[in-house]
Write a protein of this length. Structure first.
Length: 99
């Protein structure tokens, strides 16, 4: 079930902002790579399109202030099932990397 949120301008009166498609996942990846603080002001990007031991790539790899890795796998127009599969794969990656 899709979730739709609205964005409104409040300066000079209440006015809805038109919704537009972001286009490609790569565009969002470019934006986050240039300014990761959009996602979290405490992360630092340390890799992009990082190849894993499983032969798959993660979109962005960041690190938090505690030294924990943060994997950003961007999905556009995916169902929760698709995202769940990606999450399981990333959990397996985390278990594999700690061995």
């Amino acid at each position: 079930m899709p979730l739709e949120l609205g964005v409104w301008r409040i300066d000079g009166g209440l006015k809805p902002i038109d919704v537009s498609s972001l286009g490609l996942e790569s565009r969002l990846e470019d934006i986050l790579h240039q300014d990761i603080s959009i996602a979290s002001p405490n992360w630092m990007v340390i890799g992009r399109q990082v190849l894993t031991d499983f032969g798959k790539k993660v979109d962005l790899l960041a690190i938090d202030p505690d030294g924990q890795l943060v994997v950003l796998e961007l999905k556009r127009d995916k169902t929760y099932r698709d995202i769940g599969r990606a999450d399981i794969g990333l959990r397996q990656l985390g278990a594999h990397s700690s061995e």
